[in-house]
Write a protein that binds this ligand. Structure first.
Ligand code: SAJ
Length: 415
């Protein structure tokens, strides 16, 4: 069996490395972060994700998965490092660059390099291929094989989707795509489609941008419906009964480390201006501001108002708080000197202080639900009503049952 080095042990790299090891490959997972390596060596993943711990531990126990800080010689190198957005709304490819420089030191003729990190079109050939050529003299497609294979898995369902989703693989030539296909087919049950590098890079961006555009449409509908005093949820429910309509749910904004970022990668190297994609991004970015304004409107007559926020993570039932709409909403409220208390037992690495349930509700003037975690279903709303100073619920996810909330004496508002 070939040896594979997976560079970057984050949300995608760690499950992928574990999966490959469980399917017979000798895998070395590389991460530059000492704390991550230490935790993993002690047998516990640093990421919360259903079923991840089990597959990671079995990979480590089998002896097929090692974790290390330094890269080593290998047959295959998979780059799975972050590609965040920089201040100019362009891809920060510095981690891909560093990984490519490292690979240049170990790569040999006949090896395969796969980029998995979401990147603007041409990154695999120009940046990864360019750096390796410059530093090792090896030519992509001639001396070694070069592919792009984007991850497509949904946080919260990563392990299931890693196995069952289809994959798209781009190669600098057919041999590169086919060799990468052989590796992924060791654990992927979904279909695997082969194409060229640029197309595969673009497909990944198009998928997430499609979702961003659909969400912008849905969020804009919610604003328009509120002008007409029509319930947008009813509109979407009925419209989606049409066989060719599939509108997503409006919410307090679009968070996470992918959907708010990838549309910018599509736009960064093009001449076209005034695109639909950019407008949609702006609509979604504006949603938290609209939500904050609505909160302020609902509590404007209170002296020293207190706002309770349920949901710091960027979506339901996960701990990830990156680009969470809660961040922008809380910032708006704090800028107006409004007291904010956040209750989210799942959230990790949140910028603001998190409170206990009773503390967060005590003497509050409004409960704003930003994310519909299942654990919020167990909350005793009668007790919440007693603790709060003013009984208002602003439900941005259609999470609660309106009649029940009103029955408990609350005023109920939704998006
Ligand atoms: N959201 C809504 N309403 C909806 C659906 C989502 O407001 O009806 C919001 C969520 O609350 C969240 C944001 O959109 O704030 C994004 O959530 P998501 O569930 O749509 O997507 P992510 O970011 O968790 O994962 C996406 C997925 N992409 C697609 O579905 C096209 C996933 O498959 C990708 O692998 C992932 O991005 C990624 O890593 O690129």
């Amino acid at each position: 069996m070939e040896k594979i080095c997976v560079m970057g042990l984050g949300y995608i790299g760690l499950p992928t490395a574990s999966m490959l090891a469980n399917n017979g490959y000798d895998v070395v997972g590389i991460d530059v972060n000492d704390k991550v390596i230490e935790k993993l060596k002690n047998g516990s993943p640093h990421i919360e994700e259903p079923d991840l711990k089990g597959i990671f531990i079995s990979a480590m126990d089998s002896g097929k998965l090692k974790v290390a800080k330094k890269l080593e010689k290998s047959d295959v190198f998979i780059i799975s490092v972050p590609t965040p957005l920089n201040k100019e709304n362009e891809a920060d490819l510095s981690y891909v660059e560093s990984a490519s420089i490292e690979i240049s030191k170990f790569i040999e003729k006949g090896n395969l390099v796969i980029l998995e990190s979401t990147s603007p079109p041409n990154t695999t050939e120009n940046l990864v291929g360019g750096i390796i050529l410059e530093n090792s003299g090896l030519r992509p497609g001639k001396d070694y094989l070069l592919s792009f294979c984007p991850e497509r898995v949904l946080p919260g369902k990563i392990i299931y989707e890693l196995v069952n989703n289809s994959r798209i693989i781009g190669g600098i030539n057919k041999e590169s795509a086919s060799r990468a296909e052989k590796i992924y087919s060791s654990f992927v049950k979904g279909k695997i489609y082969l194409t060229d590098l640029k197309t595969a890079e673009f497909v990944k961006l198009a998928e997430n941008t499609y979702r961003d555009v659909n969400l912008a449409f849905s969020n804009e509908l919610s604003l328009i419906c509120s002008e007409y005093d029509i319930n947008v949820r009813d509109v979407i429910k009925f419209a989606n009964m049409h066989p060719r309509v599939d509108i997503l749910n409006p919410g307090p904004g679009v968070g996470g480390h992918c959907i708010p970022i990838d549309p910018w990668f599509i736009l960064q190297n093009i001449k076209m201006r005034d695109t639909l994609i950019e407008k949609c991004r702006k609509v979604n970015k504006e949603m938290p501001v609209m939500v904050a304004r609505k909160i302020i409107e609902l509590i404007w007559d209170k002296s020293n108002p207190k706002v309770t926020i349920f949901g710091a993570s960027y979506k339901e039932n996960i701990s990830d708080t990156r680009e969470s709409p809660a961040l922008a909403i809380i910032e708006e409220l704090l800028n107006r000197k409004i007291e904010v208390s956040v209750y989210d037992p799942l959230a990790e690495n949140f910028k603001y202080k998190l409170s206990g349930l009773e503390d967060s509700l005590g003497k509050s003037d409004i409960l704003v639900l930003l994310v519909g975690h299942n654990i919020y279903r167990d909350i005793d709303l009668k007790r919440a009503a007693k603790l709060m100073r003013t009984k208002i619920i602003f439900d941005t996810r259609n999470f609660f049952r309106r009649e029940e909330i009103i029955g408990l004496g609350f005023q109920y508002f939704s998006i």
